[in-house]
Ligand binder design. Structure first.
Ligand code: F6P
Length: 372
């Protein structure tokens, strides 16, 4: 009988429980495996905190938001301790061996893919399942959590339209996604936002304001702007990119500390960018502007039908891989099926919105401003 561990890591998202259930029901029911769940992501793996997951524990969780296992953003090779970050890979290897595990299933985003690869390189049998509302994991069509967040953000934009219209206001709706704009772009198109601003396309206030003025000239005295959390204007983008470059090029520990401190100052100064943009647009258009930050609402609650379906497909495909003795893969969604992709192809990569992507072309064709 195979004994398998499972954990959820990184920021939570809808359909984590649906994926645990998909894997677990198939692993136990179809393949007769034994399942244990580590608590709070990498933290529980390092601290050896786990419990047995049987059919009863997996029952009734398909529709439940969050994760029954808990999660954290800890990194296995830089685990926080009172004496500073410590490489806990050897501890995890010891815990894995002592628990007599045959495989470990890690549900998470880009950071989790990197942690998973570190454990594969240390000799563990790991399978990664791609979760994130950002949809920014390479080599998979989509990630679980995204479809639900897309519904939530779209509904928010729908609702903001009527109040923007009533008050003749500009409403800026800030949507999660600090590096990738998939969620903002998808919800912006589906919700009919007048302007969509993404991290991948630095905007100018002049361009955004002109789109709004043009709408006013054509008789629409309101505008809805979907703004990604990581969208920046051209000059902030240049400052941010330069600060990131400093971090990448810093050679000594002192230079690295100074570069990181500079980057964090730049990030701090740009944190309220949606509010800054609202003020700038008021000044440029003469219309009142308001900001709505969707925040963690996008990550909470019941997963959509599309996410439950994806979670069940990915989870059961992972059980098939473990049963076949495979390891070192992420299970990707590919068309209507799934496909194992080597973790080393995935880890460290981010899937951004390409400038020639169909969704961008479609947005432009229906007259949506992209701020460029
Ligand atoms: O990576 C998913 C995500 O939801 C991002 O869109 C967002 O920037 C980030 O997590 C926020 O994470 P935290 O839970 O650490 O505040």
């Amino acid at each position: 009988m195979k004994r398998v561990g499972i954990l959820t890591a990184g920021g939570d998202s809808p359909a984590l429980n649906a994926t645990i259930r998909g894997f677990g029901k198939s692993a136990i029911g179809e393949y007769g495996m034994e399942l244990i769940g580590f608590r709070d992501g990498i933290t529980g793996l390092v601290e050896n905190r786990y419990s047995h997951l049987d059919g009863k524990a997996l029952s009734g969780i398909l529709t439940v938001g969050g994760t029954i296992l808990g999660t954290s953003r800890d990194k296995v090779h830089k685990f926080p301790t009172p004496d500073g970050p410590v490489d806990m890979v050897p501890t995890v290897v010891k815990n894995y061996e002592e628990a007599s595990l045959d495989a470990l299933i890690m549900l998470g985003g880009g950071g989790t893919a990197r942690n998973a690869l570190r454990l594969v390189d240390a000799g563990l049998n790991v399978i990664h399942l791609p979760k994130t509302i950002d949809n920014d994991i390479a080599h998979t069509d989509t990630t679980f959590g995204f479809a639900t967040a897309l519904e939530i953000a779209t509904e928010a934009i729908d609702r903001l339209h009527s109040t923007a219209h009533s008050h003749h206001r500009i409403i800026l709706c800030e949507i999660m996604g600090h590096r990738a704009g998939w969620l903002t772009l998808g919800a912006g198109i589906a919700g009919g936002a007048d302007i969509i601003l993404l991290p991948e396309i630095p905007y100018t206030v002049a361009s955004v304001a002109e789109t709004i003025r043009e709408r006013t000239r054509r008789g629409s005295t309101f505008s809805v702007v979907a703004v990604a959390e990581g969208a920046r204007d051209v000059s902030d983008t240049a400052d941010y990119d330069a600060a990131q470059m400093l971090v990448r090029n810093a050679k000594t520990p002192e230079a690295q500390r100074a570069a990181r401190a500079h980057l964090s100052n730049v990030e701090h100064s740009q944190r309220e960018h949606t509010f800054t943009l609202a003020k700038e647009l008021e000044a440029a258009t003469g219309l009142e502007a308001r900001v709505t930050i969707l925040g963690y609402v996008q990550r909470g609650g019941t997963p959509s039908a599309a996410d439950r379906l994806l979670a069940t497909r990915l989870g059961t495909a992972a059980a098939d891989l473990v049963a076949a003795g495979e390891s070192g893969y992420m299970v990707a969604a590919r068309g209507e099926g799934t496909e194992p992709v080597r973790l080393k192809e995935v880890a460290g990569k981010v899937k951004l919105v390409p400038h020639d992507h169909d969704w961008l072309a479609a947005a432009r064709k229906v007259g949506t401003g992209l701020g460029d």
